[in-house]
Design a protein around this ligand. Structure first.
Ligand code: AMP
Ligand code: MG
Length: 296
């Protein structure tokens, strides 16, 4: 399938500097009407579903999709809309909120490691270990609650070391057959204000609102800075970040689906060829079934 825009424009090249202030949160729409949007998304979903069935049949590789962004950036909606067509048996979504007591009692990757996708599966992280260089960095009280030895927290390269941990972790997973793609849904502060107000004003959206969202919003500049450094430090050729303009939710979903589709197209996925034993079993089974039909 031909893609509608060169998605490489959203990809963060390894070791390149990122200027979020200069990076668009809104672009010309990739769709011309409601109907065009629906039909494009449906086409992408169908093809993603196809590749997902090949991934599942192969049982060799896995795909991990990570979604990050400020509150109301549209992570949940993107996951729901893009992945809704695929076989639920081959896909698992995990949301990472504030860590539990048990999670805090372990190293910071632990809770994510145990939820990594098995071979053949697509794993989706709605927030992830990246929060460890985002909210944990922006809000010192969160780091203080992690019970780390003081001498470690005071190390000069504390955050650099975390980026290193993450890069190594992802490169290790790559060498184990897990393809990782990371999406930063890039939202403007103006659009967030509108979306948070909608959550307050629309009874159907009240459940999404948390007072903590305003607290994060009050640290907007700090978060943008932390995201910027995180994107610069952890985008690699193998496990790239994509900065998705997120002020238009539908456009964001089209971009996300194109990235997922292109990633899967490049994973060299194939249905496994039947072993000679299986070929023999198939022939035997065919004969049994045909004989059964002939006996009727
Ligand atoms: P939501 O995704 O809107 O349900 O919100 C989840 C909240 O959990 C966000 O405010 C995150 O910043 C927060 N969160 C996620 N991971 C961590 C973490 N490792 N430490 C502290 N807070 C976190
Ligand atoms: Mg939220």
């Amino acid at each position: 399938m031909k893609l509608d825009c060169p998605i490489s424009q959203f990809r963060v090249a390894a070791d390149k500097s990122v200027k979020l202030k200069k990076t668009a949160t809104k672009i010309d729409p990739l769709y011309t009407s409601d109907q065009d949007y629906e039909s494009k998304l449906a086409n992408y979903r169908e093809e993603i579903a196809h590749w997902q069935s090949v991934l599942f049949a192969g049982q060799q590789q896995s795909l991990l999709l990570i979604f990050q962004g400020m509150d109301s950036a549209g992570k949940g909606g993107a996951i729901r809309h893009v992945m809704s067509g695929i076989n639920p048996q081959g896909c698992q979504v995990h949301s990472f909120g504030r860590p539990s007591e048990e999670e805090l009692a372990h190293d910071y990757l632990w809770r994510c490691l145990v939820r990594l996708p098995r071979r053949g599966m697509i794993g989706i992280f709605d927030r992830s270990y990246y929060e460890e260089v985002l909210v944990v960095r922006v809000k010192p009280e969160v780091l203080a609650g992690q019970s780390l030895p003081t001498s470690l927290v005071q190390q000069k390269n504390f955050w650099k070391d975390r980026y290193n941990d993450i890069r190594h972790h992802e490169s290790y997973l790559h060498r184990n057959g897990t393809k990782i793609v990371k999406f930063f849904l890039h939202l403007s502060a103006d659009e967030q204000r509108k979306r948070l107000l909608a959550r307050i004003d629309d009874p159907g959206k009240n459940w999404k609102f948390r007072l903590g969202d305003l607290d994060c919003r009050s640290h907007w500049a700090g978060f943008q800075k932390a995201y910027q450094e995180c994107l610069e430090q952890t985008s690699t050729a193998e496990s790239p970040w994509y900065i998705v303009p997120a002020d238009d939710k539908r456009n964001a979903r089209l971009v996300v689906s194109q990235v997922i589709l292109q990633t899967m197209q490049k994973m060299d996925l194939k249905f496994p060829t039947a072993s000679s034993g299986l070929v023999q079993d198939l022939a035997t089974a065919r004969k049994l079934l045909q004989d059964e039909a002939a006996a009727h």
